[in-house]
Design a protein around this ligand. Structure first.
Ligand code: ATR
Length: 289
């Protein structure tokens, strides 16, 4: 679709942005729906972030995605931050509604959609275990709680960080909500009983991917759906160990594709061609490796 005077512009703010696959993923999705929209990467340095956000209004961008290192810092410059993003303390999507800039975080919803679409497993009613207690785990825990998980157990190397997340979600879950050290026997028991296990730490991420699988993988039941949010490499130590145990596996590019799909829907008001977005991302990652 040619860019014209009527083309609607969205984009990405980050530092760096050159490596991002989001422009190709979104532009292909716009093309598939015949939308006269374009997604442009903008390299914005931290010192220029306030002016960058003003430019969304000045240039009439419909919205942007926000990536490292601006996800937390950008919140101070927005007119409104939705509950999910506020809880996580990070915004990955901004929507420009007639000059009012509203921040969202679509990562957790992206993960939940990836479990459903790729893993064929509904979070509603599931016993869920989350490993990790950083920013990613926090967003996922909130979304999984609101999607109706019957119980949520969080394990982390540093257990008090898991306890903080648990305190924030316990009112949203009817059943058990607990935090453990990720090497504790009680955590292994929770893993053994889980329907869905989500690896949400940065363990195994390139270039530190030559790591042994963490001890909790030995507790996985073959009936569990295991998701690793790390997508580079796609076959992490956890993914390999889960496959060996006979588990169904969802790899990390799903969360990336579907968080983009949720952002696409916030901007356009249209249902995203999310399968196409996932396939585009998988193809680009395969070409890169
Ligand atoms: P993100 O925003 O990607 O979640 P983060 O907030 O820095 O990143 O959180 C990183 C997560 O990975 C944390 O849960 C961290 O554990 P700690 O809270 O104990 O630091 C976890 N993590 C990172 N490296 C790890 C490792 N080698 N083994 C186990 N957990 C690790």
């Amino acid at each position: 679709m040619p860019i014209t005077g009527k083309t609607t512009v969205v984009g990405l703010f980050g530092d760096p942005v050159a490596h991002s696959l989001s422009p190709q993923m979104h532009n292909r999705a716009f093309g598939a729906l015949g939308l006269d929209w374009v997604y442009v990467p903008f390299h914005v340095k931290a010192a220029d972030l306030a002016q960058g956000v003003d430019a969304i209004r000045a240039l009439g961008l419909r919205g942007v995605n926000v990536t490292v290192p601006h996800k937390a810092g950008v919140m101070a410059f927005l007119d409104e931050v939705d509950d999910e993003a506020r809880r996580v303390g990070a915004v990955n999507t901004i929507v420009n509604r007639d000059g009012r800039l509203i921040g969202y975080n679509t990562d957790g919803q992206g993960l939940v959609r990836s479990l459903q679409r790729q893993g064929g497993r509904d979070v509603a009613g599931a016993r869920v275990v989350i490993v990790g207690a950083g920013g990613a785990a926090q967003g996922i825990a909130g979304s999984v709680a609101r999607a109706g998980a019957s119980s949520i157990v969080i394990g982390n190397r540093t257990p008090n960080k898991a306890e903080t997340i648990v305190a924030g979600i316990k009112d949203d879950v009817d059943g058990e909500v607990a935090a453990y050290a990720s090497d504790a026997e009680a955590f292994f028991d929770a893993v053994a009983q889980a329907d869905i296990v989500i690896q949400a730490t940065s363990l195994g991420m390139h270039p530190h991917h030559e790591v042994p699988p963490p001890p909790w993988v030995k507790a996985l039941a073959p009936t569990a759906l295991v998701c690793d949010i790390v997508y580079n490499p796609r076959e992490t130590a956890v993914v390999q160990a889960a496959r060996e145990r006979g588990c169904t596996v969802v790899t990390g590019e799903g969360m990336l594709a579907y968080q983009g799909a949720v952002a696409f829907e916030l901007w356009t008001g249209r249902q995203a061609p999310d399968q196409l977005m996932l396939e585009t991302l998988q193809q680009l990652l395969a070409e890169r490796s």
